[in-house]
Design a protein around this ligand. Structure first.
Ligand code: FAD
Length: 504
């Protein structure tokens, strides 16, 4: 379905969210009478963090027909096999675990992993740490990139790490040079509405007017259109996600071979990310200001990085964790930080940007470029936010640290959704977690594999000294055979560094 006359979409914000939206819309509607304008303030910077992705970003670039060798080298990008969690529990043997992206080869090992975790939950002494069951964990450990030799005909899911500023510049160039998107640099000082309360135009600081038929609010945490001008309420997740602050500090690359995983290391009052790029390492500490001061958090991060006496500058950030009540209101859609944020653990923000825009475009076409499909769209996006949030909350709720008030408060937090309570109850009563996730229809947010890895990765099983040997006839895997299978698969992958150098 096409609009009948020229339809102008004004995107406020030139951060990653604004430019991803501009590219997706301009590409999908390239043969329709749709004009796209991005307005970005020359004075208000972008947030400039947000450097890890999920595998969905591959589809984003594929859809735009942009090859990895076009964008990755100019964005200092690396491959990401998954995320390693370090120090989230004191449980011996579970000091760290790896969260892989689901991949077709898992079919050979996942049935054993599920079986083992359930047997272990019901008191059998079997191996149930996730890492030995997944190829991406082995690839990350051996610093092998995720793209196999062409004789190995299986695709492995992977994401990326990249420099957020450079990705913004790349996407801006692509949108303006290849997709006819107009880029304006003005600070918006006023939002004008018509008699129906819809946005009619934006007024710039030098009193110019930018008119549009539809407006995208990608103005970051400010949410100048949806939350400020249209006064859509913000629903905070503060009662189950305590972190509201971050301090970021890049360092030079310190590894001989570049890591191909994100690291999430638990500190005293939150966690530190380590994101490897080709020219530097992104680091930051995400914490709760209710439990640690900004100064103390910066000192702790510097100590963690071995930079206590260094003058490497640090950036301090505040985060609004939660989501808007409705993401699409009248003729305005919020995308990116303006629509909400579920803190950076698991790096889901750009994934949500992409999904929001894809789902919006389908709903908008379906409603013939009107807002008649806004209600089901808003319900679906809100459910997605809640589904992803529950998985992140589960990390904190299941932590096994007892060293600070922060971790103890997280471990006893009772502000959990019904959905998460049912997942936990299923796990602790030895139930079928796959059936539980399918029954709740939440596998589209996090797959059963991810839930099993998280819960098993923190070693939450009956005490070791109470475990019984497995009974005869139980379908227990030969772990050595699984190791051999994974190791022989891994032989088909080359070093991450080599894979990156091939892109240049
Ligand atoms: C600590 C931290 C870590 C994160 N890590 C990850 C991660 O690993 N992976 C991930 O996917 N995401 C991550 N995110 C989220 C990610 O950074 C954002 O989702 C992403 O950068 C998109 O931001 P944005 O475009 O919505 O907002 P911004 O980057 O803040 O852009 C806002 C834009 O709006 C413009 N603007 C604002 N007001 C006006 C105005 N009045 N007039 C004109 N222009 C205006 C600004 O000029 C700017 O261009 C992280 C976020 C934080 C806080």
């Amino acid at each position: 379905m096409s609009p009948e006359k020229l339809f102008r979409i004004v995107i406020l914000g030139g951060g990653t969210a604004g430019w991803m939206t501009a590219n997706l819309m301009a590409h999908r509607w390239r043969d329709k009478p749709v004009e796209i304008i991005v307005v970005e303030s020359p004075d208000i910077g972008i947030i400039g963090v947000g450097e890890g992705s999920t595998p969905q970003l591959r589809e984003f670039f594929a859809k735009l027909d942009i090859a990895e060798n076009e964008w990755m080298p100019c964005c200092s990008a690396t491959y990401k096999n998954g995320i390693s969690f370090y120090g989230w529990t004191e449980c011996p043997g579970f000091e760290h675990y790896f969260h892989p992206f689901p991949t077709v080869l898992d079919d050979h090992t996942v049935p054993f992993f599920y079986f083992h975790t359930r047997a272990r939950r019901t008191g059998r002494n079997v191996h149930a740490h996730p890492d030995r069951f997944f190829l991406p964990a082995a690839l990350a450990r051996q610093r092998l990139g995720p793209k196999p030799d062409k004789n190995f005909p299986f695709d492995v899911a992977y994401g990326y790490h990249f420099d957020a500023h450079l990705v913004g510049i790349f996407l801006q160039k692509h949108a303006t040079q290849k997709l006819n998107v107009t880029h304006l640099q003005y600070t918006i000082t006023h939002v004008n509405k018509n008699a129906n309360g819809e946005i009619s135009s934006l007024t710039t600081s030098d009193d110019q007017s930018i008119e549009g038929d539809f407006f995208i609010d990608s103005s970051g945490f400010r949410s100048a259109l949806l939350q400020q001008a249209l006064e859509e309420p913000f629903l905070s997740f503060k009662d189950n996600l305590f972190n509201d602050s971050a301090v970021a500090m890049p360092t030079t690359c310190d590894d001989d071979v570049i890591l191909c995983e994100t690291r999430a290391v638990a500190l005293t009052n939150g966690w530190a990310w380590k994101i490897p790029l080709t020219n530097r390492t992104g680091n930051g500490y995400v914490y709760s200001s209710d439990f640690i001061s900004d100064d103390a958090a910066e000192t702790e991060l510097r100590t963690h990085l071995g930079l206590l006496d260094s003058d490497v500058p640090a950036r301090r950030l505040k985060m609004n964790v939660g989501q808007v009540s409705r993401h699409w209101v009248k003729n305005c859609l919020a995308v990116g930080l303006a629509q909400g944020f579920i803190e950076p653990l698991e790096a889901t923000a750009l994934h949500i940007v992409q999904t929001t825009v894809e789902m919006f475009m389908a709903a908008f076409e379906d409603g013939e470029f009107t807002n008649t499909k806004a209600v089901p769209f808003n319900e679906a996006i809100a459910a997605r936010f809640n589904g992803i949030r529950d998985y992140i909350v589960c990390h904190y709720r299941m932590n096994g640290r007892k060293d600070t008030d922060y971790w103890r408060a997280n471990a006893v937090n009772q502000n959990l959704s019904h959905s998460l309570k049912s997942i936990m109850s299923c796990w602790f009563t030895g139930g079928d977690l796959v059936a539980e996730i399918e029954g709740q229809n939440i596998g589209q947010y996090y797959a059963p594999l991810s839930w099993h890895c998280l819960l098993a990765g923190y070693g939450i099983f009956p005490e070791d000294d109470k475990l019984q040997p497995p009974e005869a006839g139980l379908d227990i895997a030969n772990m050595q055979k699984i190791d051999t299978f994974i190791d022989s698969c891994a032989l088909n992958f080359e070093s991450h560094d080599k894979m990156l150098s091939r892109l240049k």
